[in-house]
Design a protein around this ligand. Structure first.
Ligand SMILES: Nc1ncnc2c1ncn2[C@@H]1O[C@H](COP(=O)(O)OP(=O)(O)OP(=O)(O)O)[C@@H](O)[C@H]1O
Ligand SMILES: [Mg+2]
Length: 379
């Protein structure tokens, strides 16, 4: 991990929902800042627990520094800095529109269009694409040695990587190309003009959604024609950026069979694409239970002053229950170790960093520090 945070310029934490991407991204940021790097963590946490814990509530797209006291608790010295920002999907798209559309009237019309708002908010992959747009803007500024990007929960980690390509494909679709080829003089898109070919389909669609809607859609698509071209170029630039050797992908996973299978698939895909995975973070790894024998447990319970008024039968029952639980935990731990060994064997050369299951959520500075310490100890 130390090598990664000192050698890369961009680290992207990917993985399925709830595995610990936001936590890992924040802890990586802490580690990098400890190593003296100017670091930015971009989080996508919809529940701003982590931002609150870092003392930067209401975190938005403007990077914010942590308080001195927060840095001290997290073990960040004078040489490095840690800033945090939150990816705002709408804002990332608006910036691109602002950059591309010089005419203020047209820009305002696009930004105010309900279809635009809906497209950027609800489109499949919009949050993923916004995250990459945000990252692209930030790395151009060269204000940071390292940017750590948290990513939205995707059903499959591969989805994130495929986002720019999917967007490029969607933009290059024949329907949009057809619209883009219209004369710039045609400011209104009318069903009447579409008398041939596709008109039939559109007229049928018009019966369903109303032809006013189709007219609005056409007008909007004409307005955003140039912006779509810019989205396409940017999608390609982002794809190229994500393939540079200074960019590393870290896959966060839970040490379970299905998650490991998916992780291996993802690692194979990246290897074949020529951008090998920088590492795995196995999160919530269980510790081997210390005491599982009923006799030892009974003796330990009997020695506890707080349980002094329990009789022998009660102690025996409690010890047996704990022994059962211990045996179960030992079994799960063993399975997790087996799965992690399989991961190591089938993805040789990709380091695995283990983070234990902590007794509570990582929503305060102490627990975040514990995860960062774990990364630091991992070497
Ligand atoms: N090692 C751990 N021990 C205990 N709790 C953890 C650990 N890692 C993460 N958590 C907790 O699990 C929850 C999910 O973690 P986190 O938000 O980092 O996951 P995520 O992958 O970013 O989720 P999402 O896909 O929803 O964005 C959080 O409440 C977090 O505090
Ligand atoms: Mg998250």
């Amino acid at each position: 991990m130390k090598r990664l945070v000192s050698g890369k310029q961009i680290l992207v934490c990917v993985g399925p929902g709830g595995v610990g991407k936001t936590t890992a991204a924040a802890a990586l940021g802490v580690l990098a800042a400890r190593q003296g790097r100017r670091t930015l963590v971009c989080t996508i946490d919809p529940a701003p627990r982590l931002a609150d814990a870092l003392g930067v509530p209401d975190l938005g797209p403007e990077p914010r520094s942590l308080a001195d006291e927060t840095n001290r608790i997290l073990g960040i010295g004078q040489s490095g800095t840690l800033q945090a920002a939150r990816v705002d999907t709408g804002c990332a798209f608006d910036r691109l529109v602002g950059e591309q559309v010089a005419d203020p009237v047209l820009r305002a019309r696009i930004l105010a269009n309900p279809l635009y708002r809906q497209m950027t908010a609800d489109l499949t992959g919009a949050p993923e694409y916004a995250a990459t747009l945000f990252l692209f803007d930030l790395q151009r500024s060269r204000a940071y040695d390292l940017i750590v990007l948290d990513t939205p929960p995707t059903a499959n980690a591969l989805d994130f990587l495929a986002t720019p390509r999917r967007l490029a494909d969607a933009i290059s679709s024949p329907a949009l190309q057809w619209l883009a080829a219209r004369s710039p003089k045609v400011r209104r898109f009318s069903l009447q003009r579409l008398s041939a070919g596709g008109a039939l389909v559109l007229r049928r669609a018009g019966k369903l959604v109303g032809s006013q809607f189709l007219d609005d859609l056409g007008a909007f698509l004409l307005d955003v024609r140039d912006v779509l071209g810019a989205f396409l170029v940017r999608a390609r630039d982002i794809e190229a950026m994500l393939r540079r050797p200074e960019v590393g992908f870290l896959l966060v996973l839970s040490p379970e069979t299905a998650a490991i299978n998916e992780a291996l698939y993802f690692a194979g895909h990246l290897r074949r694409a020529g951008t090998p995975l920088a590492g795995f973070v196995a999160n919530r790894v269980l510790a081997v239970p210390g005491m599982v024998e009923a006799d030892a447990l009974r003796a330990a319970l009997a020695a506890l002053p707080a349980l002094a008024d329990m009789n022998a039968a009660q102690l025996e029952a409690a010890a047996l229950q704990l022994a059962d639980l211990g045996a179960y935990l030992a079994y799960i731990t063993q399975q997790q170790q087996k799965e992690l060994a399989r991961l190591a064997a089938q993805a040789p050369g990709v380091p695995i960093t283990r983070v234990p299951l902590l007794p509570h959520d990582v929503s305060n500075l102490e627990s975040l520090k514990a995860v960062a310490d774990c990364f630091e100890l991992a070497g």
